[in-house]
Design a protein around this ligand. Structure first.
Ligand code: ZN
Length: 156
């Protein structure tokens, strides 16, 4: 079971860090995770509007295995719109593993982990230090942005 970690209350740097993700990106990632099961799925996240993740990139050369997805991040150095990663945990765990934390700390501002069975709520987002951070699901990259401290991804 996922056990929420203690949240650090330091205010987010809104000028740089995404606070929302489009429904289509999230659904695509969850669908890819389901189709990759029991292997891991991995991709990278791109912003298409200020603070909104609106594109999922599948990297050529990314290999998936039962143990861990490998990210070929050297391919992304020129793309400043790439803000982080997404990958699946076939085990269903939603917290970052030790290799995940090393990946997060090394690069990127938002990282999404998807856990089996990959239904709509089976995901969490983290910052570069592996701390859970809210990421609100929006209908499109042009939708009005939520309040930055909203912690409910569906706004319900
Ligand atoms: Zn992982």
């Amino acid at each position: 079971m996922f056990r929420p970690q203690r949240r650090n209350e330091r205010p987010p740097r809104l000028g740089e860090s995404p606070i929302a993700i489009t429904r289509s990106v999230l659904d695509s990632a969850l669908a890819s995770a389901r189709s990759s099961y029991p292997n891991e799925f991995g991709g990278v996240l791109r912003v298409t509007a200020p603070r909104v993740i609106g594109e999922l990139l599948l990297l050529p050369g990314t290999t998936s295995g039962r143990r861990h997805a490998n990210f070929q991040l050297y391919m992304l150095h020129a793309d400043l719109a790439v803000v982080g990663t997404v990958h699946s945990h076939p085990s269903g765990a939603l917290h970052p593993s030790e290799p995940d934390l090393r990946l997060f700390r090394g690069w990127g501002r938002r990282h999404v982990i998807l856990g089996a069975p990959f239904t709509a709520d089976c995901w969490r987002s983290y910052d570069g230090n592996g701390r859970p951070v809210p990421l609100t699901v929006v209908a499109s990259a042009n939708a009005p942005l939520p309040e930055p401290d909203s912690s409910d991804p569906d706004g319900a």
